[in-house]
Design a protein around this ligand. Structure first.
Ligand code: AMP
Ligand code: MG
Length: 511
């Protein structure tokens, strides 16, 4: 490690030091990263921790409140076992290749074997400048850190693959965005943070040796079954096919819960098919198929209904990068195209589950397409609609049971016509109301991280309006998001329709 610009104290006694650290990524050659320490933040404080994430690596959540944990989690100290490094990658940003990106404000600390036998990498995000910071300051603000923390844990609880979030720490250190904000660090966890862009970096630099090294490391650690595809190009084609399939299932999960990522650049696509790099994401409120959650995305490249096609496009970026290993353009394209069938099957299964349908009929696609048009035309709330739909009775209309969904449509007659066909469909498979409702409520969440819910928690945490900082809303929201399918009256406020001011919230890449 070079002599640090900022001296970082080494803590002898930290709950983090008690973990058994390893760093397989740090054993890759130096072309993959730069070793460097974090840049300390002054007087860091504890903001929040995820008990579920902490338990994955055998940490008591309360131990993360100790100064001996807060300091290293803020990058203001190190501990024995930490091996901090920033990884390099590249990627296509809004369709344009950028030859060098990388962990511009993140540092990998190393990896810890979890109770589940899984090796979990821990990464600080917002821990200062690195050689890959370009024009950035290496920092993250409290606002976006709270959003990433909450959404990581929310997505996991929804059953959607994602990087996890262990904790947030903050500091009064000023960070300049559109306004002056304050700094925070999110500690993220994932088996690997390798992105499609990690491969693109070596391909475009024509460093085929590193490219092969990376692909081999990923296959051996995460896709060992690909070795069964023989010698030579086989395992790399198998890897690409598997990544395409995982990505397809991921996107089907997003579409199902109405999640818009906002910045689906190829550097924000995980090689493990995880949701990664939460920025200006959003969950749909009123359903608009072309919803663009990122104010900076002026052309709507990453609109809700574009997400599947963009994921497929990003797989082509990955496929192209792997051609020196797969050695066959047509076979590479075919491996990327595994996305198409896998996505079709996955979204079909998601929609059938959301509708509570246990069987498949030829007319189902048309029934679903009509519903999507209806939801779009009426801007019906995505989450309220699906949750409320479980109350419909198969036998026929019932004003009381129907109201929760029917009232979401300005055009009641159009809804009634669709609902009549849906009920007929349910009767054809002898659907049992209570049994179907229970099934539907396990896939249609009652609570998602709507923008305004995050915003309320952020305003309290920042102490807007001259109030003292208050992190209790972050904690309460995390508890609700950890059980998104439960009907818990404690969290009725989170399940309510969004207030009028929610539609005025603007999110950009600034974080
Ligand atoms: P993103 O669009 O957030 O995925 O970021 C794209 C690239 O910009 C990544 O390489 C980030 O590490 C880098 N980056 C974003 N914000 C900052 C920042 N404030 N300081 C340094 N690098 C940043
Ligand atoms: Mg990113």
């Amino acid at each position: 490690m070079n002599a640090p610009e900022h001296p970082v104290p080494l803590l002898a006694d930290s709950p983090l030091a008690a973990l058994a650290w390893d760093n397989p990524f740090g054993r890759l050659p130096g072309t993959f990263y730069t070793r460097l320490p974090p840049t300390p933040l002054p007087e860091p404080y504890f903001v929040a921790a995820s008990p579920a994430a902490a338990s994955l690596i055998g940490l008591a959540p309360d131990s993360l409140r100790l100064p001996s944990a807060v300091l290293p989690l803020a990058g203001s100290a190190l501990f024995d076992g930490a091996d901090p490094l920033a990884a390099v990658y590249a990627g296509h940003q809004f369709g344009v290749y950028v030859p060098q990106l990388g962990d511009g404000r993140a540092l990998l600390l190393g990896a810890v074997r979890g109770a589940d036998g899984q090796l979990w990498e821990l990464q600080l995000k917002g821990s200062g400048r690195t050689p890959y910071s370009r024009m950035g300051d290496g920092r993250a603000v409290l606002r976006s850190s709270i959003r990433e923390f909450l959404c990581s844990e929310a997505m996991h609880a929804l059953g959607i693959p994602t990087t996890r979030a262990l904790a947030i720490t903050g500091s009064d250190y000023p960070v300049f965005r559109e306004n002056v904000e304050t700094a925070a660090v999110v500690t993220r966890m994932a088996p690997s943070f390798v992105r499609f862009g990690s491969f693109e970096y070596f391909f475009w630099r024509q460093d085929h040796e590193s490219l092969r090294r990376l692909a081999d490391a990923v296959i051996d650690a995460f896709y060992p079954e690909c070795r069964a595809a023989g010698q030579g190009a086989g395992p790399y084609l198998a890897l690409l096919r598997e990544v395409a399939r995982r990505t397809a299932r991921l996107i089907a999960g997003w579409q199902g819960v109405g999640f818009c990522h906002g910045v689906m650049n190829s550097d924000n696509m995980s090689i493990l098919g995880l949701t990664i790099d939460y920025g200006p994401f959003g969950f749909l409120d009123g359903f608009d198929a072309g919803h663009v959650c990122n104010h900076s995305d002026t052309h709507g490249r990453y609109a809700y209904d574009q997400q599947p096609a963009i994921a497929h496009w990003n797989l082509y970026c990955l496929g192209q990068a792997l051609i020196p290993l797969t050695e066959d353009v047509d076979a590479t394209r075919a491996a990327c195209d595994a996305f198409v069938d896998e996505y079709a099957g996955a979204i079909d299964a998601v929609m059938h589950a959301k509708l509570g349908l246990a069987t498949v009929e030829p007319g189902d696609q048309a029934l679903i397409a009509r519903l999507m048009q209806l939801l779009h035309a009426n801007r019906a709330d995505w989450t309220l609609f699906w949750r409320g739909l479980s109350r419909l009775r198969a036998a026929g209309p019932d004003p009381e049971a129907d109201a929760a969904v029917r009232d979401l449509f300005a055009d009641r007659a159009a809804f009634d016509a669709w609902a009549a066909d849906y009920r007929a469909r349910l009767r054809r498979e002898a659907s049992h109301d209570a049994e179907r409702a229970a099934r539907m409520n396990r896939v249609n969440p009652r609570i998602v991280l709507r923008n305004h819910l995050a915003e309320i928690a952020i305003r309290k945490a920042r102490g807007d309006g001259g109030k003292p900082r208050d992190f209790s809303e972050v904690e309460r929201l995390l508890r609700a998001l950890a059980r998104p399918y439960d009907d818990d009256p404690e969290f009725d406020d989170y399940a309510a329709p969004p207030p009028d001011w929610a539609s005025g919230l603007v999110l950009s890449c600034s974080s």
